[in-house]
Design a protein around this ligand. Sequence first.
Ligand SMILES: Nc1nc2c(ncn2[C@@H]2O[C@H](COP(=O)(O)OP(=O)(O)OP(=O)(O)O)[C@@H](O)[C@H]2O)c(=O)[nH]1
Length: 343
Amino acid sequence: MTLSRIPATIVTGFLGAGKTTLLRHVLEHSEGRHIAVIVNEFGSLGIDGETLKSCNIAGCTEDDIVELANGCLCCTVADDFLPAMQALINRPNPPHHIVIETSGLALPKPLIKAFNWPDVKNRLTVDGVITVVDAPAVVAGRFADNPEAVAQQQAADPSLDHDNPLAEVFEDQILAADLVILNKTSKLSEKNVQALKEQIQTQTPRSVKIVTTADGTLPTSVLLGLNAAAEDDLLARPSHHDAEDGAHEHDDFESHILHIPSITTPEELINQLKALSARHDILRIKGFLAVKDKPLRLALQGVGERFDYHYDTPWEPTIPQNGQLIIIGQKGLDIDTIRKALS
Ligand SMILES: Nc1nc2c(ncn2[C@@H]2O[C@H](COP(=O)(O)OP(=O)(O)OP(=O)(O)O)[C@@H](O)[C@H]2O)c(=O)[nH]1
């Protein structure tokens, strides 16, 4: 008897694009499917897994949320990703569907390729690669190259095709997609959205579905059940690292953990973080903070200069209320100055 293969959806997209928000929506609207999630983060704090666990979504137990922090999955496929997938499919009650949230800096192709490994090939298939895009950030030119700088770099090394490391990650994520989600579009005009759709369509070598949304609020039927079998279709998904057989480094980016003592009010800290983000071009800030006299921890999220926060769950009584933030930026971030400003 041949068992049907468990579908897995890879959700990728740059730092802060809205992947965890989309996942939360999928889990809240699972339509009777037993969904397990693998969440991967660039830093070591495991904020996304914590965020999903604290949602207390009916039918989604803590066991169904597997966190793989500290390194992008694309570089830890054999050590972390495959064992985690095997553990999920070998459970007595395996999930109907697995959703994998990659880190915002991960390249999806090595992950898709892993589904061809003999240990999992007959048990799993990539149902689809979904790339979430921070639409206003793209329109603002966040992932754009400077053509003059590219020309100069290419004069020195013809194999280079970008001057901006963000552009390269963004393009690899778009090139792997079966479905592109333009998120945060409520901040954009219809004209901007249309231009962005056309731009993305010209960036992809094959026809890819593009949908628009805000807060990832798409019906689950649009996201799951794409039946793409992406692992059989690798040639159609070019990567900037094909020539190196997928090998690559993430040394254009760095992450740091900052310990933040209990604060009096969130607003003052957020104003400081906004100013620091602008001054130091910080890509992402997120974490949990302790606020004086508040029994709940404060979940804080920052993408560029946009910040959100809310109180989520009570601090564990036995654990010290240590506020921690993860800060991600490009290589050379002046973390000492940032630390001093927040101390
Ligand atoms: N205004 C606005 N904010 C959004 C939208 N979608 C997500 N966000 C916010 O953007 C921030 C980042 O969202 P996440 O879902 O954590 O993004 P992510 O892609 O998982 O981030 P990383 O895992 O760090 O790469 C959060 O503060 C979200 O609330 C949207 O459509 N509109």
